[in-house]
Design a protein around this ligand. Sequence first.
Ligand code: SF4
Length: 339
Amino acid sequence: MHLADILALRPVPAAALLMAITRRCPLTCAHCSTNSLLSSEEHPAEQFSRFVETIEPDERPELIMLTGGEPMLRPRLVGSIASAARRVGTRTMVLTGGFFAPRVPPALDDVAHVSVSLDVFHQREVPQVNAFRLVHALAERGVAVSFHVVGTGPHDPYLTEVIETIRREFRDGVPILVGRIRAVGRARAWSPADERPRPGQLRPCTMAAWPTVSPDGTIAACCNQDVLDHRPVPGHLRLGHVSTDSWRSVRTRCRTSPLLRAIRTGGPQWASGRSDGGYCGSCRLLGTDQEAPPHPAIAYLEQQVIHSQLGAGPAGFMRRYGEARFADLVMLGRETHGV
Ligand code: SF4
């Protein structure tokens, strides 16, 4: 499953499920958005497996994306989720720092896509040559692969250099998702605060489309790290918990909640009619002290927005949420790789 096919699903509500199956990580990258350490929290594997086993073929997500922390610290759980997902027709993607490189763990046998993080911090702990050998080995086994690269901005010289190196090494056959280091997790102490959209701007939140499981099993409507890290999760962003809910009920809440539909359609400031607290800040306030009036045509408007985002394609998504200058790199290798 090529990276472009994964990103093409991003605007579609409940088309995928993100699962952070541990907060633990053996690496100590200074930009870690989840502030992960080897001693970080980890909850019983059974609760994650249980939730995946509630997925039924007729309402399955197309994809389960496993993240952390470092998901490959739980190889048996990765393997069992991937094979359970496969039984109902859902594919699995793993986002990893590749601490095990260049070895390919058997747990990746049932995985459709592996994305390897590569940046100035990861390279200090996982040599670039090992990350490359891992990606070569996975590709030789027929696993779709990509790199997830981050830098400090479009003119970060590291980005230019590493992108050139990857393109040369893999002859433009491996897609590259390029993002920017955000002021969250350990990077909050040193990275500039994120730019926020102007108040009142109509700006749909595509991030509210995929349910996201945090390491403690709480299921949120988006992958915003502040939402995942703080308790309680605002009511309109809490979709359930892996130990008590089913995929069917989470999917239904995600797709039909009037507030989530309004956030996906016009953004949180449009949904709330307020602009204090910034973009995501206004969204979190929405759940605690304000309700947006239901819009009579919200279902129709939402479909129009999704249609427009699907039309913009994977690179269009990256122009909004990634490093726009490098958005087209998610298409590398697309012509030669099947879905
Ligand atoms: S606007 Fe709301 S739903 Fe969207 S990412 Fe921010 S907190 Fe999450």
